[in-house]
Write a protein that binds this ligand. Structure first.
Ligand code: 26M
Length: 818
């Protein structure tokens, strides 16, 4: 076997299978004589978990003994995907698991069907957190992930009559042994209440936050093993529990039901993940979630620090906190509150500690996605924090006035609090002022932060801003999801590429080797057939595995422009109908993705795609060359099936809007060619794989700005481009919704009368022409496979190991624990 498992240090001596059988009987209380696939699954989980826990315990001990600096990664979202296969792989237990399962005639694939996927995130941001947790464990870093144990993850998407329907994701209903609850040592978390002022012996004014409601925070731990290095880290997910089993006063007053209802209210806090990945709703419950998990996390941090018996100024020497977006940024005033009010440290020293502890990553520049909270709400829910934010702001603005005397407008632009019809706290400003590092997630994105979004702050804090281009873990996104290609790679490279992805460069020269190209193509075909089977099963549609598999899988958003894709598909369809004799490269267009439940435009776009698909797939004149598939309920598991089977990866956001993208990296790593705009990390992918091996098209970021400034009129394009006009008119008729001509008038209007905010029509022609080139070049098998190989070869840079090393060296100052 090319991927030797013997390298993995093993703690246990007994066979994995024996332990699994033992657990079926003694932990699960089930007869283990003839285990079915459910019992095999659960038994295996427990046996694997034992091995992880042993390593975890010794690693934790080591952290204390070595007095390591610790990294806290705070994120409201994690999207780890299914665990069993990943953990078997990391721990080097795959073949032992196979041996066990073979005895009962199960495959690991079958067993994996039993596992449910934790959907504790919306998309890019949550998945990035999980890729980074994997790399941190693989690099052996003393790192701790912190988040919320939502009872309900992101909704399950069903498609009914072409429309998205949201169903609850009750992912814990069968229990989940990957998650270990820690019911002892809960933390009380306060909301509301009042601030009392008092004077201490030296006459210093002190503050005390009292009263209000208390909710308990209970830890649930998830473990993250490094790849065959004996290292195991943990992601601690907080769950809200009632303060007291019953509210005694109402219980005694005979209000039994009322007291139970109180208890239920407290548990609401960790009930459900907010399903939007932009335009925050400003709901009290969301702010409660943020504070709840941040307060519990800071308690953990402070508790561990106190065990070291070190002076407080050493807190940032022994810890660093990375904030994943502004969602956890209330951690800054929370630490201030602890230092000022509980530890009685003066403002200057407290603020000094804070500013050396926190680092903030920005993931979005959409103005509507920048988080703000009404001052009025903050004052009620977190009165002491609001006072602290005012004081941070007062001192900050005083400094700004002093240093920028000739810019009287600057203070109000950078203020943490904005005046408007309603005063709000700008969370990004809080995060910037309270952090020593602020980073964007791709070169272009960081440049836009510098030039536009945070331009004022660049001058105030020139040294704080930096770039960390995103990365993805090669363990899940190549080794695990693309077994056939992994074996081929290891046959030629050995197996070090799994933890040293730059090794992939060495297959560059094999692009000239005909036999290697043949093997490459066979791997890809195997993966495409597997996806074709899935589509047959799920959608009841037969697709040709030799056709171009063209995939756009990501959240539905106007800026990601699924619309551009479907407009082009309609024009291909028109072209085929008008020229029935024409030879066309067969194509299968595949979509996957969820829309936020309240994002009507995005849901209409899903409906449009499904209506177009129904029409095209049932047309006997075109169905051999053109298929459109919408795969419901896109998630990590589905992504692992799609990524290795994709020929063409659609990364077509309006330039300047996609902070980075990470799906783009997954597809290219697995040998797909990208059709993309000069946006986010696409630009850097082009630099690495070579401009001949990527299809970049359309307006660049500067051109988008210029065109807007000059005055962009989509009606002009409508008038002048007959093919495009025909497509738009079809959308604005009952062509795809017989009897209902206004089904898509919202879409039509947004593209024309609405001004086409995301420049769909402006990029249409370039997009269509690029697709024509792609179809042509796909037909040249040697050329295409060569390009495919060169994509994989050039993607080493986008390993999350590289990204995490950069964070480690430039921001965190933590070292691998060896
Ligand atoms: C905020 C408030 C209330 C409810 C939800 C939110 C919220 C949740 C997620 C806001 C934004 C969220 O995520 C943004 C996101 O996923 N950004 C993506 O981050 C990726 C990792 O850096 C990038 O690759 C993507 O380009 C970027 O869109």
């Amino acid at each position: 076997e090319p991927l030797a498992e013997s390298e993995a240090p093993q703690a246990r001596n007994s066979a994995l299978g024996e332990d699994a059988l033992w657990h079926i009987l003694y932990s699960l209380g089930r007869d283990n004589a003839h285990p079915d696939k459910h019992k095999c699954y659960w038994g295996l989980v427990l046996a694997v978990r034992d091995r992880m826990l042993e390593k975890w315990a010794s690693v934790q001990r080591q952290y204390y003994e070595n007095d390591d600096k610790r990294l806290y990664y705070l994120s409201l979202e994690f999207l780890p995907g299914k665990f069993l296969r990943e953990n078997l792989l990391s721990l080097g237990l795959e073949s032992e698991a196979h041996t066990f399962l073979r005895k009962y005639s199960f495959s690991l694939d079958q067993i994996m069907d039993v596992e449910c996927e934790p959907g504790l995130g919306n998309g890019g941001l949550g998945r990035l957190a999980s890729c980074y947790m994997d790399s941190m464990a693989t690099l052996g870093l003393p790192a701790f992930g912190y988040g919320i144990r939502y009872s309900y993850g992101l909704f399950r998407q069903e498609i009914r009559n072409g429309r998205q329907v949201e169903m609850p994701d009750n992912w814990l209903h069968e229990g989940n042994h990957w998650l270990i609850p820690r019911p002892h040592g809960l933390y009380p978390i306060r909301f509301y209440g009042t601030v009392h002022e008092w004077q201490d012996d030296d006459g210093t004014l002190r503050h005390d936050w009292r009263g209000g409601d208390i909710v308990m925070a209970m830890a649930n731990d998830m473990y993250v093993p490094g790849y065959r290095n004996g290292h195991v880290n943990c992601i601690r997910l907080w769950e809200a529990r009632p303060h007291k089993e019953f509210v005694l006063s109402s219980f005694n007053a005979g209000d039994y039901i009322g007291s139970v209802q109180e208890k239920i209210k407290d548990e609401n806090i960790s009930m459900v993940l907010y399903p939007s990945d932009d335009a925050p709703e400003g709901k009290t419950l969301r702010l409660k979630q943020q504070y709840f998990f941040v307060a519990a996390t800071m308690r953990d941090l402070v508790r561990r620090f106190k065990k070291l018996n070190k002076p407080w100024d050493q807190l940032p020497e022994k810890n660093v906190v990375q904030l994943n977006e502004t969602h956890p940024s209330i951690a800054i005033p929370e630490l201030m509150r602890i230092l000022l009010d509980e530890e009685l440290i003066c403002w200057e020293d407290s603020w000094f500690i804070c500013q050396k502890l926190f680092a903030y990553t920005n993931h979005t520049i959409l103005p509507e996605a920048l988080e703000t909270w009404p001052v009025e709400l903050m004052e009620r829910l977190l009165p002491r924090h609001m006072q602290i934010i005012y004081e941070i702001n007062r001192r900050f603005l005083e400094d700004v006035r002093l240093h920028f005397r000739d810019e009287p407008d600057l203070p109000s632009r950078v203020s943490l609090i904005s005046d408007g019809p309603e005063k709000v706290v700008r969370m990004s400003h809080l995060a910037i002022v309270g952090s020593f590092s602020i980073n964007g997630v791709s070169a272009l994105h960081t440049q836009i932060l510098r030039d536009r979004v945070f331009h004022d702050f660049i001058r105030i804090f020139p040294d704080r801003f930096n770039n960390k281009t995103n990365g993805i873990t090669p363990r899940r996104w190549l080794r695990q999801c693309n077994v056939s290609l992994s074996w081929l790679l290891s046959e030629h490279l050995g197996c070090d590429w799994v933890t040293d992805l730059d090794q992939l460069e060495r297959i560059r020269e094999l692009a000239d080797d005909e036999e290697f190209r043949h093997d490459w193509e066979q791997c890809r075909l195997t993966n495409k057939k597997r996806l074709a089977d899935h589509i047959e099963k799920r959608n009841g549609i037969t697709v040709n595995p030799h056709s171009i598999f063209d995939v756009q899988a990501k959240r539905f958003h106007e800026y990601k422009r699924q619309l551009l894709n479907v407009l082009h598909i309609i024009s291909l369809y028109n072209h085929l109908r008008k020229n029935p004799e024409v030879m066309m490269q067969p194509r299968t267009f595949i979509f996957g993705g969820k829309a936020a439940p309240s994002y009507w435009m995005a849901k209409d776009i899903i409906y449009l795609i499904n209506c177009v698909a129904r029409r095209i797939n049932s047309d006997p004149h075109t169905r051999n060359v053109l298929k459109v598939i919408f795969l419901a309920n896109y998630n990590i598991s589905l992504s692992q099936l799609l990524v290795p089977a994709t020929d063409v990866s659609e990364q077509i956001s309006t330039a300047g809007y996609e902070a980075s993208g990470t799906g783009n990296m997954k597809f290219a790593l697995n040998g797909a060619l990208t059709i993309g705009t000069r946006d986010g990390a696409n630009i850097e992918i082009g630099e690495r794989v070579g401009q001949d091996n990527i299809y970049l098209f359309g307006l660049c970021e500067q051109e988008v700005l210029d065109m807007r400034n000059r005055g962009y009129d989509p009606w002009e394009l409508y008038k002048n481009d007959g093919e495009l006009r025909e497509v738009l008119d079809m959308i604005n008729s009952d062509e795809f919704t017989p009897g209902n001509p206004t089904a898509f008038s919202g879409i039509f209007n947004s593209l024309l009368s609405g001004g086409d905010r995301f420049m769909v029509l402006a990029d249409y022609r370039a997009y269509a022409e690029t697709h024509q080139r792609i179809a042509h070049e796909f037909g040249d098998r040697e050329l295409w496979i060569r390009k495919s190989i060169l994509n994989t070869a050039g993607m080493g840079f986008f390993s999350s190991d590289r990204a995490v090393r950069e964070y480690m060296d430039d921001i965190w100052g933590v070292k691998p624990d060896v």
